[in-house]
Design a protein around this ligand. Structure first.
Ligand code: BES
Ligand code: ZN
Ligand code: ZN
Length: 476
C-alpha cells in the first residue's frame, strides 16, 4: 500500500536498496486518488514514490494510440538510469502485469518484455573508460511471473549488441585506429561462430581496393578491410553489410573547420553498426548467411595525403576525380560494394555516417535510407518496431549530372550546393553490383544522442538492431 503524501512519515527502518515497479493503470494497486493525480501530473513517463518497503516506481499510463515499443524501451531506460544514479541495488517488476499493461502493443507475445529488458540494460549504459573517479553501477532488474526466459535473454542480447556498437563509437581515436580496430574485432569474435578475416595493406593492393588505399595514404596507420562471416544456414541468401570505418575524419587536405572535431571519432559508426549486427545475429543463432565488410581508414592531412584533383581508378573500371578529400566515405564504400559483388551477395546494405546534409534533412532521430524502393519501405517498417528509425529518401536521376567531372568518369562531390545526401547516394549507386538488391543507410544525423530514455549522452549504437533484423527479415 502506498502511504498518502500528507501522512507520510519517514521511518528510520526503511530499506532504500530496492524498488518495486508498478503501473498506474492498475486501479487495485493505486487506490488513492491523490496519488493517482500526483502520478498523472508528474513530468516524464514515471513517478518515484516511497512506501514502507522502499521506493515505488509508478509507470504512467500511455494513451493507446501513442503507445509504441520504443516508448516501452525509453521508459525502462529512464527508470534504470534514475535508480542506478540513486544506487538502488535491485528493482522488481511483474512480467505478467507488464504485458497486460501494454497488451494492445503485444502483437508478438512477450515482445513488450523483451523491449523493457532491452531498454533497461541500455539505460544503464555508461562509457567510463576515461572517467578516473567514477565506477559503473547498474540497478539489477528482476522480472517475476515470467515463464519464457528467452524473452528476457533476447532483450539482453539486443542491448549488448547495441552497447558494443556504442563502445566502439565512443572509443577515442588514439586507441581505436586502423591498426587496432581490426584486432579488436578479431578478439571480440574469437570464441564465436563469426569468422574474421583481416586484409592488410599488401592484400588490399593485390585486391585493387584503391579507394581504401588512397584515402588511407595520409595516415600513420595502415588501412584495412575486415570481413566478418556468419553462416547459420547456408541455404539462405547471402546478405552483405558494408560499413564505413573512418576512425577519424579530419577532412584530409580539404580540412574541416576549427570547431571541436571530437565527434569525428564516430565516423566509424557504420562499421560499429555492422559489427553490432553480427554480434546480435551470432548470439541469437539466427538462421541467416551474412558477411560484413568493414573498410577502415583514418582521413588525415599529410605530405603523403590524397590531393584534391587526383583520380582514383577502381577495380570495376570507374575513374573518380577527388573534388574534395572530405567526401572520403563514399570513396571507401565503393570498394566495399565492389567486394560484395565479388562475393555474389544477393542483398547489400551499406551504412555510413556519410553526409551532414542528411542531418539537415531529417534531424537527429531518423536516418535516411536510399535504394530499392520496396526494400526501403520494409526497412522503415522494421525500424519503426525496433527503434532504429529510418525514412525513405529518393534517388533523383535528374541530379546524376551534378557528379560530372571534366577529366574523369565522375567526381566524388556534387557541382551544386544542394541535395548533398542524395548525390552521395547516387555516387554509391554507380558501384552497386548488377544482380544485387541494394540499400544505403546514411546515419550521420543519428550517430550521437543526448541523455533521454535508453540513450546516454554518447554514441547511439544506431544500426545494429536495424541490420540484424533486416538480415533475418530477408532470410525468412
Ligand atoms: N563524416 C562526414 C559526414 C558527417 C558530418 C558525419 C557530420 C557526422 C556528422 C563526411 O565524411 C563528410 O565530411 N561529408 C561531407 C561531404 C561533402 C564534402 C561533399 C559533408 O557532409 O559535408
Ligand atoms: Zn569527410
Ligand atoms: Zn567521413
Amino acid at each position: 500500500m502506498i502511504i498518502s503524501i500528507t501522512n507520510f512519515n519517514i521511518g528510520g527502518q526503511m530499506k532504500m536498496t530496492q524498488a518495486n515497479i508498478i503501473f498506474a493503470n492498475d486501479s487495485w494497486v493505486i487506490n488513492n486518488k491523490q496519488i493517482t493525480q500526483f502520478v498523472k501530473d508528474s513530468a516524464g513517463s514515471f513517478s518515484t514514490l516511497i512506501d514502507e518497503d522502499g521506493l515505488v516506481i509508478v509507470i504512467k499510463e500511455i494513451e493507446e494510440k501513442k503507445l509504441t515499443y520504443d516508448q516501452v524501451r525509453m521508459t525502462a531506460g529512464a527508470i534504470a538510469r534514475e535508480l542506478s544514479k540513486r544506487k538502488i541495488e535491485k528493482a522488481t517488476i511483474d512480467g505478467q502485469l507488464l504485458s497486460d499493461s501494454f497488451s494492445t502493443l503485444d502483437s508478438e507475445a512477450g515482445a513488450v518484455l523483451t523491449a523493457f529488458v532491452e531498454g533497461w540494460n541500455l539505460g544503464n549504459y555508461q562509457f567510463l573508460t576515461y572517467k578516473s573517479k567514477e565506477t559503473a553501477f547498474a540497478t539489477e532488474l528482476q522480472v517475476t511471473n515470467v515463464e519464457d526466459l528467452d524473452l528476457i535473454e533476447a532483450g539482453e542480447i539486443r542491448a549488448e549488441a547495441m552497447a558494443f556498437s556504442r563502445d566502439l563509437m565512443n572509443e577515442i581515436p588514439n586507441v581505436l585506429n586502423p591498426e587496432t580496430f581490426p584486432t579488436m574485432l578479431v578478439d571480440k569474435f574469437a570464441e564465436t561462430d563469426v569468422d574474421v578475416k583481416v586484409f592488410g595493406k599488401d592484400e588490399l593492393e593485390k585486391m585493387e581496393m584503391n579507394g581504401i588505399l588512397t584515402v588511407g595514404r595520409g595516415s600513420k596507420y595502415a588501412p584495412s578491410l575486415v570481413e566478418l562471416h556468419y553462416c547459420g544456414d547456408e541455404t539462405k541468401p547471402l546478405v552483405s553489410l558494408v560499413g564505413k570505418g573512418v576512425t577519424f575524419d579530419t577532412g584530409g587536405i580539404s580540412l574541416k573547420g576549427s570547431r571541436d572535431l571530437s565527434d569525428m571519432r564516430m565516423d566509424m559508426g557504420g562499421a560499429a553498426a555492422v559489427a553490432g549486427a553480427m554480434q546480435l545475429l551470432a548470439k541469437a543463432k539466427a538462421k541467416v548467411n551474412v558477411v560484413a565488410l568493414i573498410q577502415i581508414v583514418e582521413n588525415m592531412p599529410d605530405n603523403l595525403s590524397l590531393l584534391p584533383g587526383e583520380v582514383i581508378r577502381y577495380k570495376n573500371g570507374h575513374t573518380v576525380q577527388v573534388g574534395n578529400t572530405d567526401a572520403e566515405g563514399r570513396l571507401i564504400l565503393a570498394d566495399g560494394l565492389i567486394r560484395a559483388g565479388e562475393l555474389n551477395a544477393e542483398y547489400i546494405v551499406n551504412i555510413a555516417t556519410l553526409t551532414g546534409a542528411i542531418a539537415n534533412a531529417l534531424g537527429s532521430k531518423l536516418a535516411g535510407v536510399f535504394g530499392d524502393e520496396q526494400l526501403s519501405l520494409e526497412l522503415k517498417a522494421i525500424g519503426d518496431v525496433n527503434g532504429d528509425f529510418v525514412w525513405p529518401m529518393p534517388l533523383v536521376d535528374a541530379y546524376e549530372s551534378y557528379l560530372k567531372s571534366d577529366y574523369a568518369d565522375f567526381s566524388n562531390i556534387s557541382s551544386k550546393a544542394e541535395a548533398g545526401a542524395i548525390t552521395a547516394a547516387l555516387f554509391l549507386r554507380r558501384f552497386v553490383p548488377e544482380n544485387s538488391k541494394w540499400l544505403h543507410v546514411d546515419m550521420a544525423g543519428v550517430m550521437e544522442s543526448q541523455e533521454a530514455g535508453y540513450y546516454a549522452k554518447s554514441a547511439t549504437g544506431f544500426g545494429a538492431r536495424l541490420l540484424a533484423d533486416f538480415t533475418e527479415h530477408v532470410s525468412k
